[in-house]
Design a protein. Structure first.
Length: 66
């Protein structure tokens, strides 16, 4: 099941035609950027997006192993 069980808008993760994945979530770059682990970084054009644990777990079955 993708999306919301109530028909409302919600976070989502989906595969694009080129095999990349796109994420719809809550933009949280300003809040989370200062708290990135030392071995994590992002480019100026990248943003930190938060999705719920439930969203990722539900998407797992649609993510290929390879």
């Amino acid at each position: 099941m993708r999306g919301s069980g109530t028909g409302e808008t919600c976070p989502d993760l989906f595969e694009l035609s080129n095999g990349d994945f796109a994420v719809i979530g809550t933009e949280a770059t300003a809040d989370l950027d200062p708290h990135l682990p030392p071995d994590a970084a992002r480019a100026d054009h990248e943003r930190i997006v938060v999705i719920t644990r439930d969203t990722l777990i539900r998407a797992k079955r649609d993510i290929p192993d390879a």
